[in-house]
Design a protein around this ligand. Structure first.
Ligand SMILES: Cc1cc2nc3c(=O)[nH]c(=O)nc-3n(C[C@H](O)[C@H](O)[C@H](O)COP(=O)(O)OP(=O)(O)OC[C@H]3O[C@@H](n4cnc5c(N)ncnc54)[C@H](O)[C@@H]3O)c2cc1C
Length: 505
């Protein structure tokens, strides 16, 4: 390990006086943590400044009266994006981070009594669909093959590399993608593709829901985004031992081991620049200089609040923002065999639900409800005989709605719908409670408008309107996180860190 000497870090085997280059990361969200590990491995002396007094950003955990809740993300796909960080650092991932593949992934409930089992085995899943809807097993399997193909044609172009470097388009994967452009459903919406594919409106609703995984509306998001289904249904969903928080905890511990310095409770207020370079950040009135700066914060706030002197990339920053979430964290003093780790109770009317969110900036009275229960697998997340229910509905981002009214109304509607589905009154079973709404998401993580995923995919070209992983104006400023390329979610945020650090000379 390197030692510290008058502010510079020395390698044990390097000659005295050869100091490492210094990198500053703004934000300790999962992307900031991933970037800090990658920069440390690259030989940088890394300092992370985080506004909150905890690491992980949205990927964090909270205890409420003896119940532990993963406070933000709950669906975990593409675990290799986490494990590769340990491999990169020459460690055995299993020493830090364990996870299991979920089977079933989901239980799905419709108001007419239809139930679908989201089995991990795609054939069994397709059989469950065929038994319970008008669509055949073959239709489902063909659709899953189609979204797999979309992934093969798009992954290298849209996910694995920067979309903003011309040289990245000069390779055989991109040429293949371009030649097969007609196959990726870019000019139909997700809903149009799903309506064409499935006879049963229940299956259209089923697959349209995946648009909400990045806060988008299936009636405007391009059909290419049906690729999201591939990541969950074809490739599988996982649960880390110890819950989702273990993802950020293990990466944080790795970063600390690699010598990354964390400064918690330190909000970066300003970025000082010269003509073509960032010179320093300002924290609590003090300047902190470095050779390289990596922003993990919401790119909208970065330009509006920290970098008002920069050329504002308005085309990127002023795109329609993603939706948000209203979450009730309920400690329940009973356990329900019909529920699994992930559960969906579908709205009666899909169109009304999306119209309320994306056109009326409101919430309908019969929303689709998602219930995540980690205590099904993680012992200790709830007291004996109880369950920890992360109960979420999709809501618009914050444009000044009366959230207290929406919360009170939605709480009543959600409880009534769960009662109808489970045939019991759950209200008296709620023994612990906490709530998160878009105002809290904005305040806690500095996510503009409480939007969870930055820009939403509102047109065919939305992928091109995410901020690049580098600054065109300041040569030592880089960007990672859910609001920049390639997108939000845990795996894509980690990908953004990989792309951004990969661009560092
Ligand atoms: C309710 C909810 C459910 C979700 N469900 C899923 C899911 O099931 N699966 C999934 O993959 N994803 C899900 N997501 C999305 C996922 O959490 C995010 O895409 C991902 O965690 C983003 O990570 P990040 O590092 O980019 O940003 P963040 O987690 O937002 O981290 C940014 C960090 O920067 C800090 N910061 C901001 N400004 C400053 C400043 N000026 N100075 C210092 N620090 C600053 C913030 O405090 C924060 O810690 C969900 C999110 C929420 C909120």
């Amino acid at each position: 390990m390197c030692g510290r000497f008058f502010g510079s870090t020395l390698q044990p085997n390097c000659s005295v006086g050869m100091s490492k280059k210094k990198a500053i990361v703004i934000g300790a969200g999962i992307a900031g943590l991933g970037a800090s590990v990658r920069l440390a491995v690259k030989g940088y002396d890394v300092s992370v400044y985080e506004k909150n007094d905890f690491f992980g950003g949205k990927l964090t955990s909270r205890n409420v009266n003896g119940f532990r809740f993963d406070y933000g993300p709950s669906i975990f796909t593409m675990p290799q994006n986490v494990t590769e960080l340990f491999e990169l650092a020459g460690k055995n991932p299993a020493d830090y981070f364990e996870y299991t593949r979920l089977d079933p992934i989901f239980h799905y409930f419709y108001e007419d009594g239809t139930r679908i089992k989201g089995c991990s085995d795609t054939t069994k899943f397709a059989e469950s669909v065929a038994e319970n809807t008008l669509d055949s097993k073959e239709t489902v399997l063909k659709y899953l093959d189609k979204v797999k193909e979309i992934n093969e044609l798009t992954e290298d172009v849209f996910i694995n590399r920067s979309l903003h470097k011309f040289k990245n388009f000069l390779n055989k994967e991109t040429v293949k993608g371009v030649l097969n452009f007609g196959k990726i459903d870019a000019f139909n919406t997700m809903n149009e593709v799903n309506e064409k594919t499935f006879d049963d409106p229940k299956m259209v609703q089923f697959f349209n829901r995946y648009a909400t995984y990045n806060g988008s509306n299936p009636y405007e998001a391009p059909g290419t985004l049906n690729v999201i289904q591939h990541y969950e249904i074809n490739r599988g969903a996982y649960l880390p031992k110890g819950g989702m928080q273990q993802i950020s905890r293990s990466v944080y511990e790795l970063a600390v081991e690699l010598g990354v310095e964390f400064h918690f409770g330190k909000k970066v207020d300003k970025i000082e620049t010269s003509k073509s370079k960032v010179e320093a950040i300002v924290v609590e009135g003090e300047r902190r200089e470095a050779d390289l700066f990596m922003s993990n914060m919401d790119v909208y706030y970065l330009y509006n609040q920290l970098l008002p002197q920069a050329k504002r990339p308005s085309k990127v920053l002023d795109q329609p923002k993603s939706g948000s979430a209203l979450v009730f964290y309920w400690g329940i003093n009973k356990s329900f065999d019909e529920l699994t780790v992930h559960n969906i109770l579908f709205a009666k009317n899909m169109e009304t639900e999306y119209e309320a969110i994306f056109e009326k900036n409101n919430v309908c009275n019969d929303p689709t409800i998602y219930i995540n229960i980690t205590s099904k697998k993680c012992q200790g997340d709830a007291p004996e005989g109880g369950e920890n229910w992360f109960t979420m509905i999709n809501v618009p981002n914050n444009v000044g709605q009366d959230w207290d009214e929406i919360i009170a109304r939605s709480r009543k509607n959600i409880i009534a719908k769960i009662n109808r589905t489970l045939g019991t009154d759950i209200e008296p079973l709620i023994v612990a409670e906490d709530v998160m709404d878009p105002r809290g998401i904005d305040e806690r993580y500095l996510s503009a408008f409480g939007s969870i995923y930055g820009n939403r995919f509102s047109s065919n070209f939305s992928a091109f309107f995410r901020h690049p992983n580098f600054s065109k104006e300041f040569k030592n400023l880089y960007f990672c996180g859910g609001t920049v390329h390639p997108g939000s979610s845990i795996p894509l945020s980690l990908k953004s860190a990989e792309i951004a650090v990969g661009m560092v000379e």
